[in-house]
Design a protein around this ligand. Structure first.
Ligand code: BGC
Length: 480
């Protein structure tokens, strides 16, 4: 069967994150993270489940590796649970149980020829650091530097691709500006911008010390992952198009501009809008903190790749914010999302707009100095079932547009990652929403894992290294 050949330098993998899969939330000397705390308070999670046990990967990681081998992936992206390794949040004490766990995982991956790609921070901040202000305290940049140095020292001999922070936007807006994610600070219009600045500074410190202290001996790369869902005008009307440009700058540019642009700093459009709104609202200064000139220089160029997570594209119209939650990030953008008539998964986040990923990749190429782009998440939600041909169709269409971005537009894309290896704890949505290539049976204490059609499809893509638009995967009678 004919199909589109994948470029030789495109590596294929899958991703998970620690809190979403590990379980064992209080084993050995581990202390609580902000997610342990959030899940243990009533009514914070839609279906009142927690990540206490999740997929139990802390115990079953070898079975996860068997699944990775079944797929034939080049790499596995997973994250380190900060308090499992450093129970008091600082690096003076290392947990021997935590160290054993991550050493075993990394060594077992390498023994099976699967490259470990490690995220340092996928949202599970030590609660002790939250008690000290968390992402609102500028000193977190130093705490994060110490944490990163600890990781390079312990694992950098074997880990050659480091991701500092996963999706600053989600941490800042949903966790600090709102109450959807931990730590539920809900200080809208202020918390998200404080966090944005401190997250960027923390990331930059982790990158600089890699560059100065480890790169020469360890010879790897280090970068940030930015949520890159895209925005388009709901109509071609100039006002709507302008609204979508603002949305892109607030969501993506806020984090990419300081790092990847030649000028550095937060994007002009964001600075202008937040300053004007703040003044109107009687604040003596902009709610968006400033960078000093030294900080602007310090941040520039601090990512060896553009880590790109993408699920969908949103359509915007220029409109006043219809909510009393002011000041806020959304009021500052001054635009509203319009629901369009596209097929979708369960949530809005998984509306199928394949052309959108090509546009987003081109935006990154054009505004971020044509970086090495590593796609670290792309996926589709459902309420379960093995026969997930709609997920297959999503992946197939998105992949087709990614290949257009590479072959026709010249985007420099070197990794593709499906989210997720298996059904896991989907944050505030709990266990109801499923993103897995493998289904996980949560009624089974051994958490039986079974490949969906999408797993079979991905396995075929990897083994043939060809995108065949007509291939229909058939379920296999196998479980892990
Ligand atoms: C996050 C994942 C999450 C996924 C699906 C991403 O924003 O990095 O942890 O499970 O989206 O919602």
């Amino acid at each position: 069967m004919a199909g589109r050949k994948l470029p030789n330098n495109l590596k294929l993998g899958v991703a998970t994150s620690a809190y979403q899969i590990e379980g064992a939330w209080n084993s050995d000397d581990k202390t609580p993270s902000i997610w342990d705390v959030m899940c243990h308070q009533p009514n914070n999670i839609e279906d009142n489940t927690t990540g206490d046990d999740a997929c139990k990967s802390y115990y079953f990681y070898k079975r996860d590796i068997d699944m990775l081998k079944f797929l034939g992936v080049d790499f596995y992206r997973f994250s380190i649970n900060w308090t499992r390794l450093f129970p008091n949040g600082f690096t003076n004490i290392t947990s021997s149980a935590g160290l054993d766990y991550y050493n075993n995982l990394i060594n077992e991956l390498l023994a099976n020829n699967i490259e470990p790609v490690v995220t340092m921070y996928h949202w599970d901040l030590p609660q002790k650091l939250q008690d000290l202000g968390g992402w609102a305290n500028p000193l977190i940049a130093y705490w994060f530097e110490d944490y990163a140095r600890g990781l390079y020292k312990l694992f950098g001999d074997r880990v050659k691709t480091w991701i500092t922070i996963n999706e600053p936007h989600q941490i800042a807006v949903f966790g600090c500006g709102m109450d959807m994610l931990a730590p539920r600070i809900n200080c809208h219009g202020i918390g998200e911008y404080l966090a944005a600045k401190n997250i960027l500074m923390a990331h930059a410190r982790a990158w600089h010390i890699y560059d100065e202290e480890f790169r020469k001996s360890q010879n790897g790369v280090c970068g940030i992952v930015i949520a890159s869902d895209f925005a388009q005008g709901a109509t071609n009307n100039i006002k709507d198009v302008e609204a979508s440009v603002d949305a892109v700058e607030f969501h993506i540019g806020l984090y990419s501009h300081p790092i990847f642009s030649s000028d550095g700093d937060f994007p002009e459009r964001v600075k202008r809008r937040v300053a004007a709104k703040s003044l109107e609202q009687g604040y003596p200064r902009s709610r968006l903190p400033e960078f000093t000139n030294d900080e602007i220089e310090y941040l520039k160029g601090t990512s060896d790749f553009f880590g790109f997570n993408h699920y969908t594209t949103y359509f915007y119209t220029r409109a006043n914010y219809e909510s009393s939650i002011i000041p806020s990030f959304y009021d500052d953008i001054g635009a509203k999302i319009v629901e369009m008539n596209f097929e979708k998964g369960v949530t809005f986040q998984c509306t199928i707009v394949p052309k959108g990923i090509r546009r987003a990749l081109n935006w990154v190429k054009d505004t971020c100095n044509n970086p090495n782009i590593m796609i670290f998440e792309n996926g589709f939600d459902s309420y379960g079932g093995l026969n997930d041909l709609n997920r297959v169709s999503y992946y197939r269409q998105y992949f087709d547009d990614i290949l257009d971005a590479i072959e026709i537009d010249g985007c420099n894309i070197t990794r593709y990652t499906a989210w997720s290896l298996m059904d896991n704890f989907e944050w505030a949505s709990g266990s109801r929403l499923k993103f897995g290539l493998f289904q996980v049976d949560y009624d089974d204490e051994n958490r039986k894992r079974s490949p969906r059609c999408s797993a079979i499809w991905y396995k075929q893509l990897i083994s043939t290294r060809t995108l065949n638009l007509n291939y229909v995967p058939l379920l296999e009678d196998i479980c892990f």
